[in-house]
Design a protein around this ligand. Structure first.
Ligand SMILES: [Fe+2]
Length: 294
């Protein structure tokens, strides 16, 4: 454990950091937190002793937004998620219970990869959690890249992929959730926007095809890639939620998944963050570092 001002940073395994004694009113801490996110991929702020703005815990939408603003601008629109606040910035992710919405069962993914300017980072706070299950799991997109064979890496350096909102929701048992599809094309392997390390930017939730490749060949290669990067629990950061817990993730450095292994109501609040200067650059192989964590 190390401290910066009163901020305490506890390293998690296999990656990520838990922060306690967070004070959002402290500018020095805000700078440290931003740096810590891109170094660690995921920051977890526990409900107890975790964070405050002044003397209040991060239990209000206002304080979630204050935390989110450390990392960029707040997004205020999602075509599926309801928003809780009138400004449309705090989205409600509510599943199971009496909602009629199935457990997320999302495959590993990067949020909003179907958009031309995907979300840079997300803040998620647990509001109501089921009696058991419903963990959020995170995996490093750099490790995903490094798990691929050199031949596949080389092939992917020159490829782009198509991502679809509508197909993504259909794949998780919500075929009617999206009326108007949104699709975007991104390089299959990108440079991390802050650190330049290579990241796999394909995911089994929203990626539907490799551009310029026959349909069957594309489907088989994607299937092969997701099998080749198969992780174990030892490679995975899995967070078991307590109401009031807050997680922040680097939406390029890691992919995440909400486990669909619960029965009761699960209600989460999310704030998505955009970087108005975001550039998604292709990683072409040589002359850049391979990276280590995220
Ligand atoms: Fe997600």
């Amino acid at each position: 454990m190390k401290s910066s001002s009163t901020l305490s940073v506890h390293q998690l395994k296999p990656f990520g950091a838990k922060l306690t004694n967070v004070d959002l009113d402290n500018p020095e801490q805000r700078d440290s937190i931003k740096k810590l996110l891109y170094e660690n991929g995921v920051l977890l702020i526990p409900a107890d002793r975790g964070a405050c703005a002044g003397s209040d815990p991060i239990s209000t939408n206002e304080h979630m937004l204050q935390l989110a603003k450390i990392f960029g601008e707040i997004e205020n629109y999602h075509p599926v998620m309801e928003s809780e606040d009138t400004a449309g910035k705090v989205q409600i992710l509510e599943t199971m219970g009496n909602t009629g919405i199935p457990a997320d069962s999302f495959f590993f993914h990067s949020d909003m990869s179907w958009r031309a300017d995907p979300t840079r980072a997300c803040v998620l706070r647990a509001s109501i959690v089921p009696p058991s299950g419903g963990n959020t799991r995170f995996r490093s997109a750099n490790t995903m890249y490094r798990r691929l064979s050199k031949d596949i890496q080389k092939q992917l350096h020159n490829l782009d992929a198509l991502h679809s909102l509508k197909v993504g929701y259909a794949r998780v048992n919500r075929p009617n959730a999206v009326q108007d599809d949104v699709q975007s094309i991104h390089p299959a392997i990108i440079k991390h926007p802050d650190t330049d390390v290579p990241l796999l930017y394909l995911n089994p939730n929203f990626t539907i095809a490799l551009v310029g490749m026959p349909e069957q060949e594309s489907a088989e290669l994607l299937q092969h890639i997701f099998k080749e990067i198969d992780f174990t629990d030892d490679d995975t950061l899995s967070h078991s939620w307590v109401p009031g817990d807050v997680a922040v993730w680097d939406n390029f450095g890691v992919q995440h998944q909400a486990m669909a292994d619960y029965q009761g109501l699960r209600r989460m609040n999310r704030v998505a963050i955009r970087d108005p200067h975001l550039r998604i650059d292709r990683y072409v192989g040589e002359n850049t570092q391979q990276g280590s964590i995220t």
